[in-house]
Design a protein around this ligand. Structure first.
Ligand code: SAH
Ligand code: MG
Length: 195
């Protein structure tokens, strides 16, 4: 992988206010991903491909990442970025709404990274649970959503997102096949290990 190219892609995404994974979040995930050495990762929310490209370094030798994005312009940019960095054989982009694409997938994954529409997190979780391998890990980024999720804030336009993020936390916490930690790193990261 071309590291200098990756750094340029990161800077451009930051300048354009694309919500790419935060360094501290990636650092935490690194600890888990280096331990499990995933063969297959599923990502929901590609944006311009930055996090997927970062994750490739944790893959096992023949590992691959499937990632889903619905925004046409971002898909285009992600494809160009992945080519520039030379990771075409490691990252496969599914183009379209994850709500439609996920039910059609029938793979097993060692890790799932949920990083898309917050109002859909409970649905994404259901789909992730269907495809996660035993001892796999489901990560959910932005789970604390600027702190709204833990405060009594429930007005305005973020209400649906907050309600669904809370539901996600409740479900992963109560599900007996999962062991979950909620970390305040970045915008909040839920880490759920499947037993
Ligand atoms: N994972 C990326 C950032 C993703 S930002 C990174 O860290 O580099 C969230 C992305 O999810 C946006 O590009 C948005 O278009 C996409 N998205 C949101 N809801 C979606 C859905 N239902 N299906 C597919 N993509 C979705
Ligand atoms: Mg995010």
């Amino acid at each position: 992988m071309n590291r200098r190219e990756l750094e340029k892609i990161k800077q451009k995404a930051l300048e354009e206010h694309i919500p790419i994974i935060m360094d501290e979040t990636l650092e935490v995930m690194e600890k888990y991903l280096t331990q499990i050495r995933p063969e297959k990762i599923l990502e929901i929310g590609t944006a311009v491909g930055y996090s997927a490209m970062c994750f490739t370094k944790f893959l096992s030798e023949n590992g691959r990442i499937d990632t889903i994005e619905r925004d046409g312009e971002r898909i285009q940019e992600a494809k160009e970025n992945i080519k520039k960095v030379g990771l075409e054989d490691k990252i496969c982009i599914y183009e379209g709404d994850a709500v439609e694409i996920l039910p059609s997938l029938n793979e097993k994954y060692d890790a799932v990274f949920i990083d898309a529409a917050k109002g859909k997190y409970p649905f994404f979780l259901k789909q992730a649970l269907r495809m996660i391998k035993s001892h796999g890990i489901i990560f959910a980024d932005n789970i604390l959503y600027k702190g709204y999720v833990l405060s009594d804030y429930n007005k305005h336009k973020q209400r649906t997102a907050v309600r669904n993020l809370r539901e996600y936390i409740k479900e992963v916490s109560e599900n007996p096949i999962l062991e979950t930690e909620i970390l305040e790193v970045g915008d909040g990261l839920a880490i759920s290990k499947r037993k």
